[in-house]
Design a protein around this ligand. Structure first.
Ligand code: AMP
Ligand code: TRP
Length: 328
C-alpha cells in the first residue's frame, strides 16, 4: 500500500531555536520513515517581510543544513528550497483567485505581524497563507506536522482545497495538521507567557540550535521562574512549567518520574541539569552541521536533487489543476 504523504515547511530566517526543533523538526525526523515526505525551506514566505539579500542567501543554507543535521535523510525525505520549484508561486496565484479576502483577514498571524510592520505591510504578507496552501496541496499531503501556531493556516488550506474541489471537481487532498501534544508550543525563557520565537528582541528568550554549551547555561540560568519552591508541572506557573516541559521532551521521561526526581532539589538544580540536557541533545546535531557544511558542494548537491524530485511531483499536480480550470 502506498505510504501517506507529509509536507511541512520552515522559514529561511536565521537562529532556528528549540521551539522549531521540538515543535516541528524533531517530529519530522521521527515520522519520516513511515511516510513519503517533502520538507521545504520556504524562502518565498520569508520575503513577505524585508530581508537583506546576503543574509537571506546565508540563512537559506543554514536552515537547510540544520534540517539535514537534525536527521532528515534523502532516502526518506525530499528536502528542498521553495523558490527552486516554480509551481509553488503559480499554484498560489491560481488559489488567490478562489480565496475570499475575508478568510485572510481572520488570520491571527497576519494580525500580529502586520501590527509590527505598520505601514510597511506587503500584499505578500497578507497572502502568505495562500502560498502555504499551495505548498501543501501541490504534494497531496495527508499530514502537515507543525507547531500549534500554524493550526489556523492548515485549516484555511483545507477550506481553500474544499472550495476548489467543490467548484471544479475533486482534485486536492484535504490535509490534517499534526501537532504534538507536548512541544507544540514551547514558551520563551525570559517571557514564558509567550511562545519562543526567533525575532524576539531579547535574545535570551530562545535557545538557538547553534548555541554553545556556555550560551545555553547562561540563558537557562537567567530563565524567568517564580517565587515558589516546589518543582511541579503547573500551567499556572508558566516559567517552571516550560523548563520542565523542555526537560521532559528531551529526556522522554514521564512527568511523574521527573517530579519525583526533582522533589528534593532546587530551581538552581533544575536549571543546571536542564542546561546540560539541552547542550547534550544539541551536541550531535551541531557536530553533524559542522561536518556537512564543511564538505564542499554537499548541501548544493542535496538541494538540487531535492528540487528535481519536488519539481516532478509539483509539475504533475499543477498540470492537473490547469486542466480542471480550463487553462489547458
Ligand atoms: P517558522 O520558523 O515560523 O517557519 O516555524 C517553523 C516551525 O516551527 C513551524 O511548524 C512552527 O509552528 C514551529 N514553531 C515555531 N515556534 C515554535 C514554538 N515556540 N514552539 C513550538 N513550535 C514552534
Ligand atoms: N508558515 C509556516 C511557519 O511559519 C511555514 C510554512 C510555509 C509551512 N509553508 C508551509 C508549514 C506548509 C507547513 C506547511 O512556520
Amino acid at each position: 500500500m502506498a505510504k501517506k504523504k507529509i509536507f511541512s515547511g520552515i522559514q529561511a530566517t536565521g537562529n532556528l531555536h528549540l521551539g522549531n526543533y521540538l515543535g516541528a523538526i524533531r517530529n519530522w525526523v521521527k515520522l519520516q520513515a513511515d511516510y513519503d515526505n517533502y520538507f521545504c525551506v520556504v524562502d518565498l514566505h520569508t520575503i513577505t517581510v524585508p530581508q537583506d539579500p546576503e543574509v537571506l542567501r546565508a540563512n537559506i543554507r543554514e536552515v537547510a543544513g540544520l534540517l539535514f543535521a537534525s536527521g532528515l535523510d534523502a532516502d526518506n525525505s525530499v528536502v528542498f528550497v521553495q523558490s527552486h520549484v516554480r509551481a509553488h508561486s503559480e499554484l498560489a496565484w491560481i488559489l488567490n483567485c478562489i480565496t475570499p479576502m475575508g478568510w485572510l483577514h481572520r488570520m491571527t498571524q497576519f494580525k500580529e505581524k502586520s501590527e509590527k510592520q505598520k505601514d510597511e505591510v506587503s500584499i505578500g504578507l497578507f497572502d502568505y497563507p495562500v502560498l502555504q496552501a499551495a505548498d501543501i496541496l501541490l504534494y497531496d499531503a495527508d499530514l502537515v506536522p507543525v507547531g500549534e501556531d500554524q493550526k489556523q493556516h492548515i485549516e484555511l488550506c483545507r477550506d481553500i482545497a474544499q472550495r476548489f474541489n467543490y467548484r471544479y471537481g475533486d482534485l486536492f487532498v484535504l490535509p490534517d495538521a499534526y501537532i504534538a501534544e507536548v512541544g507544540g508550543r514551547v514558551m520563551g525563557l525570559s517571557n514564558p507567557e509567550k511562545k519562543m520565537s526567533k525575532s524576539e528582541e531579547k535574545k535570551d528568550d530562545a535557545i538557538f540550535l547553534l548555541d554553545s554549551p556556555d550560551q545555553i547555561r547562561a540563558k537557562v540560568k537567567r530563565a524567568t521562574t517564580d517565587s515558589m519552591r516546589e518543582i511541579c508541572f503547573d500551567d499556572n506557573r508558566p516559567g517552571i512549567n516550560n523548563l520542565l516541559t523542555i526537560y521532559q521532551l528531551l529526556t522522554e521521561k514521564s512527568k511523574a518520574a521527573i517530579v519525583e526526581y526533582f522533589s528534593t532539589k532546587s530551581y538552581k538544580d533544575l536549571k543546571e541539569e536542564l542546561a546540560e540536557v539541552i547542550a547534550e541533545s544539541l551536541r550531535p546535531l551541531q557536530e553533524r552541521y559542522r561536518e556537512l557544511t564543511g564538505e564542499k558542494g554537499y548541501l548544493d548537491q542535496k538541494l538540487d536533487e531535492g528540487a528535481r524530485l519536488a519539481d516532478e511531483a509539483a509539475e504533475r499536480k499543477l498540470k492537473a489543476v490547469q486542466d480542471k480550470i480550463g487553462l489547458r
